[in-house]
Design a protein around this ligand. Structure first.
Ligand code: SF4
Length: 363
């Protein structure tokens, strides 16, 4: 059992919020409710889906784009790896990032607001854990770019949860009957696959791109003003979107088939109250707490000798990496990772990159 999961014992009440990608690790005959049952058997007191927040944010985004007057195309905000790429490599595009928060954080925020009062517990006794498809999302929870602190207490990788969850899912299926699904249970695969967000577009010219190389080609085109006829770009670092994340266990093509069949069989979309969406737009309720800012390299902030030393150190670290820009460590490119290391900012992620990149760090 991963540490982050066993750590839930320090809370009087624990809630888990799974990425919709978790459901895609199971075949279409596994009802998402069975996954919830199995998670509860693992020790979580409550399982909360991101469906409601996803529906609200999709409607908010569509409305925001209808009224937006500035430079285009706007760029989606829900892939932290892509955001990091923009901050580091395309600072001129930072202003194009849609300033809307992501479904997982909105879900956790709502839980933080309501759960302690509902349970009669002090806030610090309620723990909220996310099950993530990639290290970038885990890093974004530990070190968010757009707020002081995430609403989550921690996060765990799908690949770590899956082996312990699977036996419980199999056992739950044996005793499951369709009428066991409680009324009001909602499930929506959300934005797990590339292009899912653009499905919500009712007007405008939307484009979906996935895979870090393709994303960079599109960003180059935006920088060179070649995409003037596009209003919105959904940009995801992993090929095929989050179902292709580094922390998933299922082949992304199988996962996509799973999630599409689950959508056909089990999806219950959450109703969206447009009057409420309009009101929340006015209040900027779903907006980032802080703007996303460029992350300039600091090599030349200091004296020449130090700058040269840092550049050399960056090159030394970079040469030890696989240089495949897989995004596994949460940095968009290996060069960005090497820069972070030289700045001393990878302490947080070192276990991730050590296991993923098979690299011996310089001492
Ligand atoms: S799984 Fe891939 S596409 Fe999805 S948020 Fe993580 S890095 Fe981005």
């Amino acid at each position: 059992m991963p540490n982050q999961v066993t750590e839930i014992s320090r809370f009087a009440y624990s809630v888990v919020v799974p990425s919709p990608v978790l459901y895609a690790q199971f075949g279409p005959d596994i009802h998402p409710y069975l996954v919830h049952l199995a998670l509860r058997e693992l020790g979580f007191d409550e399982v909360v889906d991101v469906s409601a927040s996803t529906a609200a944010l999709a409607a908010t985004l569509a409305r925001y784009l209808e009224t937006y007057q500035g430079r285009r195309p706007l760029i989606s905000s829900h892939c932290p790896s892509t955001l990091r790429l923009i901050q580091v490599k395309y600072p001129d595009l930072v202003e194009l990032i849609v300033p809307l928060d992501v479904p997982r954080e909105v879900t956790a925020r709502e839980l933080r607001k309501t759960l302690p009062a509902r349970l009669g517990l002090p806030p610090e006794k309620v723990g909220i854990i996310y099950i993530a498809p990639c290290p970038a999302k885990i890093v974004s929870i530990k070190q968010p770019a757009e707020k002081e602190k995430s609403y989550f207490d921690g996060a765990v990788a799908i690949r770590d949860v899956y082996p312990v969850l699977l036996p419980h899912v199999v056992a739950a299926k044996k005793r499951f009957a369709a009428q066991d699904v409680p009324e009001g249970f909602t499930f929506d695969p959300g934005w797990a696959t590339a292009g899912a967000l653009t499905c919500f577009a009712t007007s405008g010219n939307w484009l979906a791109v996935s895979g870090i190389d393709q994303v960079m080609r599109i960003f180059d085109d935006i920088e060179n003003s070649k995409l003037r006829n596009v209003d919105f770009v959904e940009a995801l670092a992993c090929m095929m979107g989050c179902i292709g994340g580094p922390f998933v266990v299922e082949n992304p093509y199988v996962a996509r088939a799973n999630i599409e069949r689950q959508r056909q069989r089990h999806a219950q979309q959450c109703a969206v109250d447009m009057a409420e969406i309009e009101q929340k737009l006015k209040e900027r309720y779903h907006f980032f707490e802080h703007p996303i800012l460029p992350r300039p390299t600091r090599y030349f902030d200091t004296d020449l000798e130090t700058s040269i030393k840092r550049l050399k150190e960056r090159e030394r670290v970079y040469q030890k990496l696989r240089q495949i820009d897989c995004g596994c460590c949460g940095a968009p490119t290996c060069l960005a990772f090497a820069e972070d290391f030289v700045r001393g900012e990878v302490e947080l992620t070192d276990r991730i990159f050590l296991s993923q990149r098979d690299v011996r760090l310089p001492s």
